[in-house]
Design a protein around this ligand. Sequence first.
Ligand code: SF4
Length: 290
Amino acid sequence: MRYEGKIYRPPSEADAFILQATVGCSWNRCVYCDMYRDKQYRVRPLADSLADLDEAARLAGDRVDKLFVADGDALGMPMEHWTAILARARASLPRLRRVSCYAMASNVLEKTDDELLALREAGLSLLYIGPESGDDETLRRIAKGSTHAEHVAAAQRAHAAGMQISVIALLGVAGTGRAREHAEATGALVTAMDPEYFAALTTTVVPGTPLAKQSLRGRFELPDIRGMLSELRTIVDVARPTNALFRTNHASNYLPLAGRLPRDRARIVEIIDAALGGRIPLRPEWSRGL
Ligand code: SF4
């Protein structure tokens, strides 16, 4: 398997085979993100991706049931690459039950309805979309590249094609100055995108990123732990998805939570309140990760 640079995948894809069919992120501008800053975006040659799939099939084909296509916005890959990769995966991985990738809202919106349908029929079943915030002003400040409304439209088009979506929010990304607007609008965005999965991560100011520079110049202040938990409480309290599996199991979070929304909302809010009141321990700073 030929991997270039550090490979990122969602926690729930820890047991998936990761195929790096693209390198880096075609956008690469979100101010908090340093995942692919050292990579020049490109689509890998199709022959290389197919050779990696063949090798995975040879080594562990009877065990692979999940395939995650990397890197940062792999949905933007041309259709001919997607259809060839999905066809080869179906043919060579007999136990395959899920294919997923990261997607920006623009990646979804740039594909036609027929293309999205063709991808779903070929096996792409789950998109991880990270608006991070539902607040348009925050989205502008973090250079997310898409608005609240565009994320809703992307979710609707993915759902119309039969795909599931996992929505990712980022606690603290609006700084102390806009935390309330960020949290309320993010809860509303989760309602409107109506994902099957919803995860919250916690912002880390990574040295070298534009956010770190803003922070050094005093233009961005990360909320403290209490502030992060308050945002999480508001988001969970406001969000009204139909039936979403909710998790904060990412290593960046102070408080690992799991449940279904809206079913477990009251229980989750109670746990957050207990954490805010100091009645349950938080993940220590030293064991947090990006
Ligand atoms: S779209 Fe994702 S991978 Fe690309 S810069 Fe933004 S957060 Fe990073």
